[in-house]
Design a protein around this ligand. Sequence first.
Ligand code: PLP
Length: 495
Amino acid sequence: MSDTTPLHYLDYAATTPADPRVIEAMTACLGADGIFGNPASSSHAAGRLAKDKVEHARAQVAALIGADADEIVWTSGATESNNLALKGYAETATDKRHLITSRLEHKAILDTMANLSTRGMTATYLTPTADGEITVDAVAAAIGPDTGLVSLMLVNNELGTLTDIGAISRIVHAAGALLHVDAAQALGKTPIDVRALGIDLLSMSAHKVYGPKGIGALFVRRDIAARIAPQIHGGGHERGLRSGTLATHQIVGMGTACELAADKLEREAVRIAALGARLKDALLALGDITHNAAAARRIPHTLSLTVNAPGFFPFMLGDALAVSSTSACNSTSGAPSHVLTAIGLDPQSAGRTVRISFGRFTTEQDVDFAIACFERALEQCRASAATGFTASRQIAPADLKAIRNAGFRAVICNRPDGESADQPAFDEIAAAARELGLDARYLPVERDRIGNAEVDAFGALVDALPKPVLAYCGSGSRAGMLWNRLTARRTATTA
Ligand code: PLP
């Protein structure tokens, strides 16, 4: 990272860095002295070399899921794969226009389902158990003669729960329907055999498995390919299923990533399970933390924890610890995670939930650092439960929902506007706060200029506001110092 603070990255479910061997393989496909040809240019060696690379990568991806190479269709990622599977099915379905999915799915499924509902398809959304599982019985109860396709994820992106796809596929096929599986979070983490599991369509993404962003694939079982209509038309690439010049470097990156993942899968799962268990045990021992979906069958790579201490909100953990307050796809909206609310968490608890996800480059030091961050945040919450005050680093308008959900009723800005370029202006914070019913006040203090006048003004403001109050500046230190000086001054006066 370019920042001076070393980053402890525990957000591998959001994305992974490309493995250096992936980068090397990709770089060899870009320049004039490399394999840069268009894989469709069969009339010269540059094109043929590129095609060989693409086909080798196709075989590498197929090998990781037990498929044949000619069943792999390149796409731009799992979002596109999901769209192609669902819309591609819907377009050819003259009957069997009922779809089944679950409330746990990624937005790339839920939004596509919603779109198809406006085009004459109907959809049933299964509710998971409180442990985050979609049961075989739930599928059996929803499926009927009109059901044409069932779409379920193999691994949930927020909870790490595993779906019993093998058992579900038997019910789906007995009803004459197809089974689509979103495997974006499963690829390279848990073994996948599309034949043994009875999967007809499977979505994959390279950037979750140490490959580059912008490339993915859809497995389309050979004998159902005619039932999937292309969604991108052009030169008839990918056997007519997905047109567009193949991005050799991206494809080679995904192929290399899949081969590396296959090689490491079991050893990595054991190593990560040990790291995860150590972190989980240490955090649960701090108290006020619960593990979501604890009883479910899960992969060890993803841990969902709710911090029940009033006043906690995820970014109290600090900038140097990269974890997710909700899945990456939801975090821009500031809305509580639909996955967490689907398993029964109220919006407040969902707002106090952190997803920690481990990966290839996670170390014991990352785990130690995370434990220390949680310890500090909990101490802060417990102290502020008594005082009604918390100091915070810079907040953004999108953070205010989590802050409100954490119980805060007022925010104070202690940083003058314009101090740094990336800082949201107080007016933006105030407008967002007003919409949420939070009181927002501006009491800017110049850096290193905290005198008694500033401390007294701060005290008067805090006294007047509904509690608990959150005060913020760049790093949180100025707001914290104002509070400490105020407390010291008041203690001295009463002594
Ligand atoms: N499906 C799941 C379960 C995911 O976790 C993600 C990414 O977060 C996607 C689909 C979307 O994948 P992509 O980023 O490749 O479009």
